[in-house]
Design a protein around this ligand. Structure first.
Ligand code: SAH
Ligand code: SF4
Length: 418
């Protein structure tokens, strides 16, 4: 008899009738060994079409032999409309595509949405989703009503962040990876599903704006962000105009020009301080690209005009950056730049080293910049009951789930790998 391999099991039950001998004994049974010491080899998931650019989609259809090269443009356009205008997740619904092609599409591709791990709705209408893109790749997106034309979706561009801004909870989490364009687009699709806003041209739609102000630094993922913008802004699809898509950066100066040229998106800069000593501390990236370099990069941003202003984000930190003198310094710094200023009340998180400025202090600060001619709305805290505010994304869910894990019994040890 052959010796049993380490980590393997006898698998009598797995023998088919054809192979099964009449007398079941170890001596006569052909040896079939199921080795569970290695992870099972999974069939690769079929490619998902719903996050591809038009060019990728056409290429994928032809490469799979589903569509002839001569028909690729027409089919791409049809499928595009079904996916991004109608929001369908089933090829069978694509009624203007013949049955055989639909069957071939279904056999080769998928349109599945990622899994929604958690969904929360605040009493002020803010909605937050924790979305699992892949094992261990979870991101949060937040829909905030009454922002922009109707309502804005705050999307994440990375899982975690490499930059350690001292007031930001995301900055305390290591970067896991960049999100793909498909994963960024999926956040928009999930929101539109939840708001039931298909088809995309629905009147009075509530999702009108996109802001890249979730987790991560979008300019460290420019390829993913630029492709996602192409998909999200396509007029025959999700149709969110580039003028309603804002990309926020902590100041990756060399990428500002490429961002403008490739995406034509609206720009937001997380400034938070008016002198290098303080900005070095709050936004450590300032040590690489100081305020002077940053301002020069912003002045050169393609398409800047009074109709396309830069938004400067300024988080209000008690006793750190909120004095009237700093408000005046801010006005000086932004002179001549078509700008608006977004004052963000600091959102504290457990262990954060700062406090939020008082409402009175924020109002005094806002009055100074307003008087100088800059629109300076104070961002009303939204979705606080579901921890959906800036800088809190993901972290709280991680905490809650970590505590749930602590309470749960330990899983049985997996077989050791050889
Ligand atoms: N990484 C990019 C975009 C994501 S952060 C950036 O830094 O611009 C989006 C905005 O939230 C930034 O302006 C950031 O400074 C702000 N923010 C981060 N943590 C915050 C907190 N705890 N309270 C208020 N605003 C915060
Ligand atoms: Fe990263 Fe932006 Fe947070 Fe800074 S503020 S750590 S850049 S996500």
């Amino acid at each position: 008899m052959r010796r049993r391999a380490p980590g393997s099991v006898w698998a009598l039950g797995l023998l088919s009738d054809m192979e099964r001998p009449s007398r079941l004994s170890r001596e006569t049974i052909p040896l079939t060994v199921l080795d569970i010491s290695r992870p099972p080899v999974k069939a690769p998931a079929p490619p998902n079409l719903s996050g591809m650019t038009r060019a990728e989609l056409a290429a994928a259809l032809v490469a799979a032999g589903v569509v002839a090269p001569g028909k690729a443009k027409m089919r791409t356009s049809q499928i595009w409309g079904w996916m991004h205008h109608h929001g369908v997740t089933d090829f069978a619904a694509m009624s203007n595509i013949d049955k055989d092609t639909r069957a071939a599409l279904g056999a080769n591709f998928t349109l599945a949405r990622p899994e929604i791990v958690e969904r929360q709705v605040s009493n002020d209408g803010t909605r937050k989703w924790l979305i699992r893109m892949a094992p261990g790749i979870e991101v949060e997106s937040v829909y905030i009503p009454d922002v922009g034309r109707a309502g804005a979706l705050c999307v994440s561009s990375q899982v975690g962040c490499t930059l350690n801004c001292t007031f930001c909870h995301t900055g305390t989490q290591a970067l896991v990876r960049n999100l793909t364009a498909a994963e960024i687009v999926a956040q928009v699709q999930v929101c539109r599903d939840d708001l039931e806003e298909w088809p995309s041209d629905k009147d009075d739609r509530r999702l009108s704006n996109i802001v890249f102000m979730g987790m991560g630094e979008p300019l460290y993922n420019l390829d993913g962000v630029a492709d996602a913008l192409d998909i999200i802004s396509d007029n025959e699809g999700l149709a969110i105009s580039r003028r309603r898509i804002t990309v926020s950066t902590s100041g990756v100066v060399p990428q500002l020009g490429p961002l403008g040229e490739r995406t034509n998106a609206m720009l937001a800069i997380s400034l938070h301080a008016t002198n290098d000593a303080l900005r070095d501390e709050l936004v450590p990236l300032n040590r690489k690209y100081n305020i002077e370099t940053l301002m020069a990069g912003i002045r050169a941003y393609p398409g800047l005009s009074n109709a396309r202003r830069v938004t400067f984000e300024y988080v209000m930190l008690k006793g750190i950056n909120d004095s009237p003198a700093e408000a005046r310094a801010l006005v000086q710094l932004l002179k001549g730049i078509p700008a608006k200023i977004n004052l963000i009340p600091f959102n504290p998180w457990p262990g954060s080293p700062y406090e939020c400025s008082s409402w009175k202090t924020i109002e005094v600060f806002a009055a100074i910049v307003n008087k100088a001619g800059f629109a300076s709305p104070i961002r009303t805290p939204r979705g606080r009951d579901i921890l959906a505010a800036c800088g809190q994304l993901k972290s709280e869910s991680e905490k809650v789930r970590a505590s749930a894990r602590r309470k749960a019994p330990e899983p049985e040890a997996a077989p050791a790998a050889e």
